[in-house]
Design a protein around this ligand. Structure first.
Ligand SMILES: O=c1ccn([C@H]2C[C@H](O)[C@@H](CO)O2)c(=O)[nH]1
Ligand SMILES: [Zn+2]
Length: 139
């Protein structure tokens, strides 16, 4: 399991909770913030972005990952997700996150009282499909 210090967890939860205020969620009114902890200690955030064409809604986790990739990052140690109830990522986001490694700490935080749980991505996505299943893959 990725080791996180209490300070790192606090910084991540704060960043995820703060960016949640930027969420664009006029349809569901379910506001989510996500924060990724980079290997260099930087934090990259994202919030959910909804659309009147519901299937186009973007989850906070995928926005954060896409922002990190666009900023030149390729790996990170942890993600915190702040929401009402401290929900775990949807199936699509579990798959999206898994592209960058299964040894990821997933911190799910309830914005009401700050209570959080720490999971590991491979626990949230057992028997995952990944690049090793593709034809021509070696190793
Ligand atoms: O882990 C989650 C779960 C849901 N949502 C968003 C998607 C949609 O905008 C709204 C309701 O599903 O919440 C996230 O961003 N992350
Ligand atoms: Zn999702």
């Amino acid at each position: 399991m990725v080791e996180l210090t209490a300070k790192e967890i606090e910084r991540l939860n704060q960043a995820a909770t703060l960016v949640r205020d930027q969420a664009y969620a006029p349809h569901s009114h379910f506001y989510v913030g996500a924060a990724l902890l980079m290997d260099d200690g930087e934090i990259v955030v994202g919030c959910n972005v909804e659309n009147a064409s519901y299937s186009m809604c973007l989850c906070a986790e995928r926005v954060a990952v896409s922002t990190a990739i666009s900023s030149g990052y390729r790996s990170w140690r942890a993600i915190a997700i702040a929401s009402l109830g401290g929900v775990t990522p949807c199936g699509a986001c579990r798959q999206f996150l898994s592209e960058f490694g299964f040894d990821l700490a997933v911190v799910t935080t309830d914005v009401i009282d700050g209570a959080y749980r720490i999971h590991r991505l491979d626990q949230l996505l057992p028997e995952a499909f990944d690049a090793s299943h593709l034809p021509g893959h070696t190793s």
